[in-house]
Design a protein around this ligand. Structure first.
Ligand SMILES: Cc1cc2nc3c(=O)[nH]c(=O)nc-3n(C[C@H](O)[C@H](O)[C@H](O)COP(=O)(O)O)c2cc1C
Ligand SMILES: [Mn+2]
Length: 490
């Protein structure tokens, strides 16, 4: 059974010993982030140790509790998706993809139950929801009622870090949900940090083309059941409804309820909902913000979100996250994305054997890809494929290795990749869109990427020297020594 809402997940976390309650008063300005940082990052840096989720029951200056580091371990990500291994989610996705183009009549019949199953995941409109237990409109609207974090000393202010931002494509009417941070300017105004390549930003641009003086409705949900919450960060194609995907992940439709003041819908089980609009002709300085790169992202001009209405439960839990030097909570969310979307990558590029994105690479800086190499130039083909695959386009460095390299064993990758490379010959540069957070790029959003072909080189690629065998002891000797071992006195 899917989690009903965030608080049911909190209960499960507590039962599993994955949640700590802090009853002492702690300030959401810097203090809670510092506590979280010590739990999420410092604990995670020790072998076999990960920090718990934490419910701060008395954030200073607010009546509402704050939940953080909710998804900050592989175990909690598995709990969020209700699986023992993330590969199970991958397996379900693979199941659907495999039946995408049925050949014969029998395949079509076999596929029917799956399609029917998919149909049952469509979001369902409901009349009312717990997110509307309390409704504030007009002068009653005050964001500062909530324990919104200021995470790092040089941050431009307080930031809502875990919002689900709902917009509609002004042309197709299709919904998008993205997780875009929101800087609090005052009690009813925030920034809207959708980066230029993201779907929310595209909706904004399309609406502005039609009417530069207009506005678009925007609603924001904070704190829903885990699958719904996490769907906001998933790199899925434009116009594919994140709420449908969430329904697929939780195997139960997401119940959506109409907003009070605009024509959007939000998850009925949300803890807090912010309703409002973004003016198409208004930009304001956003940032700096201590980001998941471990550096401050610089100030930039972003649209402004105006609140008209806040609805929430009687006793809302404010869900948030702290980003900073890796690894933090977002690493585990990204790791889950890596595992869950591997079958999608493999479906398009079956030669991909495995991929890894080390925490220190902060997702966009480094991807290690193992392939079954089949033809000359294959490694470079895969680099180009990744640079044109959804948000993987941001990948600054791609290292392609043969499939006998374990991409999750970084010391093996460094060792074998360095041995396999003639730098001048094996490095491929490319220009294109880069992550907005890349502060080293020559321009914001545009710069270069590098691929390293660290596969064995073939004669058909112009490599005429012999390639050496990797040193491995033969099995018979290993077995003899294993039997001898006790007698050796070592
Ligand atoms: C905690 C967290 C914070 C994020 N903040 C932002 C942000 O401020 N701006 C942004 O463009 N993407 C941000 N992202 C990444 C987006 O949520 C992600 O790219 C998502 O796929 C965007 O949705 P879209 O593809 O529908 O635009 C954040 C992700 C996480 C996990
Ligand atoms: Mn989207």
């Amino acid at each position: 059974m899917a989690y009903r809402d965030l608080r049911e997940f909190v209960k499960e976390l507590e039962k599993a010993g994955e949640l700590k309650r802090v009853r002492a008063e702690v300030d959401p300005v810097l203090e809670i982030p510092e506590v979280t940082q010590r739990i999420a990052r410092d604990a995670n840096r020790k072998p076999n140790s990960v920090g718990p989720a934490v419910l701060f029951e008395k954030p200073k200056g607010s009546r509402y509790p704050l939940l953080v580091n909710t998804f900050g371990s592989v175990k909690r990500m598995c709990m969020a998706f209700e699986v023992d291994e993330l590969d199970e989610v991958a397996g379900r996705i693979r199941g659907f993809l495999d039946t995408k183009s049925p050949q014969g009549i029998f395949d079509k019949i076999k596929m029917l139950p799956k399609l029917a199953e998919l149909g049952t995941f469509f979001p369902k409109s409901v009349k009312d929801g717990e997110c509307k237990e309390v409704i504030h409109k007009g002068s009653d609207v005050n964001l500062l009622d909530f324990p919104i974090l200021k995470c790092w000393p040089l941050d431009g202010g307080r930031f809502i870090t875990f919002p689900l931002v709902f917009t509609k494509n002004p042309e197709s009417g299709k919904r998008n949900v993205g997780m875009y941070r929101m800087q609090v300017y005052d009690q009813r105004t925030t920034g809207m940090h959708w980066q230029t390549q993201k779907h929310g930003a595209e909706h904004f641009r399309r609406a502005r083309e039609k009417n530069p003086e207009g506005r678009i409705p925007v609603s924001v949900a904070i704190g829903s059941d885990p699958a719904t919450t996490l769907s906001g960060m998933l790199p899925i194609p434009p116009d594919l409804d994140e709420m449908m995907f969430a329904g697929f992940l939780r195997k139960q439709p997401v119940e959506m309820v109409a907003c009070e003041t605009n024509d959007l819908e939000v998850p009925a089980n949300a803890e807090i909902v912010l309703e409002g609009y973004v003016n198409l002709n208004e930009m304001r300085t956003e940032g700096p913000f201590g980001d998941h790169t471990g550096f401050y992202s610089l100030e930039g001009d972003y649209p402004v979100f105006h609140l008209e209405c806040i609805t929430h439960r009687k006793d809302p839990i404010y869900l948030t996250t702290v980003v900073g030097p890796p690894p933090q909570e977002d690493f585990y969310m990204g790791y889950a994305v890596e595992r869950v979307f591997l079958p999608v990558m493999k479906m398009q590029y079956p030669e991909i054997f495995d991929v890894a994105m080390p925490a220190e690479g902060i997702f966009h800086n480094l991807m290690i890809v193992a392939i079954r190499k089949s033809y000359p130039g294959h490694a470079r083909k895969i680099m180009n494929a990744i640079w044109s695959l959804g948000q993987a386009m941001f990948t600054k460095m791609i290292v392609v290795v043969d499939h006998d390299v374990d991409v999750h064993n970084y010391s093996e990758v460094v060792w074998k990749a360095l041995c396999a490379v003639d730098p001048e010959r094996d490095v491929q540069f490319s220009l294109g869109p880069v992550d907005t957070l890349d502060h080293a790029a020559r321009m914001q959003d545009y710069g270069s990427k590098m691929g390293i072909d660290a596969t064995r080189k073939w004669a058909t690629e112009g490599f005429t020297r012999p390639w050496p065998e990797e040193i491995l002891m033969d099995e018979a000797t290993k077995k003899r020594v294993a039997d001898l071992w006790k007698t050796l006195g070592i």
